[in-house]
Design a protein around this ligand. Structure first.
Ligand code: MTE
Ligand code: HPA
Ligand code: MOS
Length: 761
């Protein structure tokens, strides 16, 4: 642990030798499926005529709702989503059925020839329409602390504002895919690119009407998940399994990129309205905040996503008198889902926007205002959901980054630059992140693992987590290698597999290593204990005196090679394998009131970003970024830096170029890389400096580390704030607004949205 070892698959991936599902050798007789999509946002589905499609060469037939042997409703937690649209269609791209053919091309071609009779119905396409019609996937939630209305009335200053933040397409490089293989006696083997094999198993069993024990789900790795494969990989697996059931053949379903865009949900777009009261120093006195999550046609994970937005709309700040209203809007759109940060970014964006405008209004430096609002160390340290913030390091971390990034000097330089450049305006901002680690649903914070030691001394690990590029398997291998004192090369992690470790949670909420790493550590410890007891018998010493390090087993009497001890232990009938189980301590949470301690600890960080905008075209560029981020004691610094850089750039994409456009009929107009722009290498800031905050996790976590997958995403809010500062400078120059006026910048800050914020469009 602590070494920057390369990712366990890096070489194989670079050499094109790492297998993704579409690379698996196909079984003889494999058929291919393609989805039949709704062309309308909302309508009554009167008839499906597949005769023309079925007459095409190579087509075997179609799979529709009536072909489902089990429950036609997906086993998702809200039970509100039909597996295939039956009587109605609820979004453009909703899957009505599949065409199954001898080749992918034949299936896709035929899917477009299926005739659909649909009577159009009025569609709800915006959050505003949903709120007017009280159209919810789940009921509204209110969280309050103190008396916000009273605090607002008596505040020294008051500002109202609103904001729109767009969604985000996951754009995993490997699209959604499943390969379903019928086995003997109605048993099933599913290869799924999924973050949650256990959920896929449950959904497939439910749809087929079989027990979970008859379904085995496997995933060696994903080519990215980012939350998009937390639930929605399950749909493909269920669809492929239903086709395999109907035709009694293996069936592969791999979505075309455009179809993937049209069918699957994205990050939830959010609309906000607020009323904030504050004093002369910029300290918030009272806040009323409305957050409306655009959920699409079904609940999916919208409940916990919107909850996490509520938990993070404080970001790092004490909100004494606060009233939050959270709407979970049902619209005729794809069902929006988990995406890195899981509602956290949407919460953080709101409060950072508010603080930026407060600073502008008062003519104060925004970093000063942010620091004044931070959670205190002794007092002002209880969140609005009643959790005490015990591990706040921002009082030290922010000043360190302020110095390292030369924030004050550069702020002066930016002002000077803006005073002398009429066309180009610069902006600089430094913003913190505090992100709660744990699944908010307490029950998911458990994990299992299996560690097998073979007689040659090699070690195989299986655990409940999934590899999606984040380096989980590498870290877990490092943890087990440390525990057994063997070289990393002797340790192998195998595919996620419901037949090896059952009932595993999704690999999500950044807690993959915390949960599975600890479970694997416990499993390895129990094998080690067996070996230590064996050696203590040989050497007449206490088992505690036996050490495992550097491939050696060392007792006070003798030093032996690991391989030698393993072989001897086997000959003496000592168990060389074990399971391990871990559940996160201390957490508890009441879902009805949204109060308790939902998080085991917080991960912190801060970023300082400098941008420049062209006030005539609205184009923008991120010039330099300094990040200081808290990963506790890093298990693998190389992987952690990769996660920080990747998370930051993905966050930048959300807030700058990645714009999803639905037209007036609810059709997603941006459904391919030609129109949907993720950051390219050229968008990565020329200066992107990442440092770690060197302090162990104050809670007892594996290797004293902290989770790193999601928190850095929110560091990109510094880019958004820097852009708003640049816009403010542009407006002052143009004389279109006073310097104290709030800057309303719709996210993502595309060139058009920057021009709008400047008052030029
Ligand atoms: N990194 C890569 N390369 N690919 C991914 O899909 N997903 C992110 C993050 N980092 C992702 C990633 C998300 S959304 C989460 S929740 C975490 O990884 C999950 O993995 P962990 O819990 O092991 O960090
Ligand atoms: N984070 C990510 N995924 C989840 C969560 C969460 O808090 N809860 C359920 N799925
Ligand atoms: Mo990550 S959004 O929790 O999969």
């Amino acid at each position: 642990m602590g070494q920057p070892c390369p990712h366990e698959s890096a070489r194989a991936q670079v050499a094109g030798q790492a297998h993704y599902i579409d690379d698996l050798p196909e079984l003889k007789g494999t058929l291919y499926a393609a989805p039949i999509l709704s062309p309308l946002a909302h309508g009554r589905l009167d008839a499906v005529d597949a005769s023309a499609a079925c007459a095409l060469p190579g087509v075997r037939g179609v799979v529709l709702a009536q072909d489902i042997p089990g429950d036609p409703i997906l086993a998702a937690f809200a039970h509100d989503e039909p597996i295939f649209a039956r009587d109605s269609v609820q979004h453009v791209g909703q899957v009505i059925g599949l065409v199954v053919a001898d080749s992918v091309v034949a299936a896709r071609h035929a899917a477009r020839k299926v005739q659909l009779s649909i009577t159009a119905l009025p569609a709800i396409l915006t959050v505003q329409q949903a709120i007017e019609q009280q159209s919810w996937v789940l009921p509204p939630v209110q969280v309050r602390r103190g008396d916000a209305a009273h605090a607002l009335q008596h505040a020294q200053h008051r500002l109202q504002g609103r904001l729109e933040a767009g969604g985000q397409e996951h754009f995993y490089l490997e699209g959604q895919i499943a390969y379903a293989l019928p086995l003997e006696q109605n048993q099933w083997w599913i290869h799924s690119s999924t973050q949650h094999a256990g959920e896929v198993q449950h959904w497939v069993a439910h749809a087929l009407g079989v027990d979970s024990h008859a379904v085995r789900v496997e995933c060696r790795r994903m080519g990215g998940g980012f939350g998009g494969k937390e639930t929605q990989a399950g749909h493909l697996a269920v669809w492929a399994a239903l086709a395999a059931h109907k035709f009694a053949c293996p069936v592969k379903l791999r979505l075309d990129r455009d179809d993937d865009f049209m069918i699957t949900g994205k990050r939830h777009p959010f609309s906000y309205e607020w009323d904030v009261g504050f004093d002369d120093s910029g300290r918030i006195q009272g806040l009323e905040l409305m957050m409306a999550a655009h959920c699409g046609f079904s609940a999916d994970l919208s409940g916990p996503v919107a909850d996490r937005a509520v938990f993070h709309c404080d970001n790092a700040y004490f909100l004494e008198h606060v009233a939050i209203t959270s709407y979970r809007c049902k619209t005729h759109q794809q069902s929006h889902t988990a995406f890195r940060g899981f509602g956290g970014p949407q919460g953080v964006l709101a409060i950072e926007t508010i603080l930026g405008d407060i600073a502008r209004y008062l003519g104060l430096d925004a970093l000063d205002v942010r620091q004044r609002n931070l959670y205190g160390l002794q007092e002002r340290n209880i969140t609005h959901y009643h959790m005490q913030v015990e591990d706040n390091i921002l009082h030290d971390l922010l000043p360190k980054l302020e110095q390292d990034a030369r924030y004050r000097q550069r702020q002066a330089a930016v002002s000077a630059w803006n005073a002398s450049h009429p066309l180009f305006k610069r902006g600089l901002a430094l913003t913190p992140v505090k992100f709660g680690i744990s699944f908010t649903a307490t029950l998911f914070n458990q994990a299992g693992a299996l560690v097998n030691v073979y007689t040659d001394g090699s070690v195989q690990i299986n655990h409940g987590g999934a590899e999606m590029g984040q380096g989980l398997h590498t870290k877990v291998a490092q943890i087990v290698a440390d525990e057994l004192g063997v070289p990393l090369a002797r340790v192998l992690v195998t595919a996620s597999d419901t037949a090896k470790v059952p009932n595993a949670s999704a690999t999500a909420a950044s807690s993959g290593t915390d949960l599975n790493g600890r479970a694997a550590q416990y499993a390895a410890r129990s094998v080690r204990d067996n070996l230590a007891a064996f050696v203590s018998g040989l050497d007449q010493c206490g088992a505690g005196a036996v050490r495992f390090a550097g491939g050696l087993v060392i007792s006070p009497k003798a030093t032996r090679r690991w391989e030698e001890v393993v072989k001897e232990a086997y000959a003496n009938r000592i168990q060389l394998w074990s399971d391990g189980f871990y559940r996160t301590p201390k957490i508890h949470y009441d879902k009805t009131t949204l109060t308790g301690r939902p998080f085991y600890y917080f991960a912190y960080g801060a970023a300082c970003s400098e941008v420049v905008i062209d006030t005539s075209t609205g184009e923008a560029r991120v010039l330099a970024v300094d990040i200081l981020h808290d990963v506790g004691r890093s298990i693998n610094p190389a992987i952690d830096i990769g996660q920080i850089e990747g998370g930051f750039v993905q966050g930048m994409g959300w807030l700058t170029t990645e714009e999803l456009v639905w037209d007036g009929q609810g059709r997603l107009a941006t459904h391919a890389p030609s129109t949907y722009k993720i950051p390219a290498t050229g968008d990565v800031p020329e200066q992107l400096r990442v440092s770690f905050w060197h302090e162990a996790n104050r809670e007892d976590n594996v290797g004293a580390s902290k989770a790193v997958g999601e928190p850095p995403f929110m560091l990109a809010v510094s880019v958004y704030e820097a852009l708003r500062n640049a816009v403010a400078a542009g407006r002052v120059q143009a004389g279109t607004a006073a310097p104290t006026q709030p800057v309303t910048l719709t996210a993502p800050a595309t060139a058009e949205n920057i021009l709008r914020a400047l008052g030029r469009l």
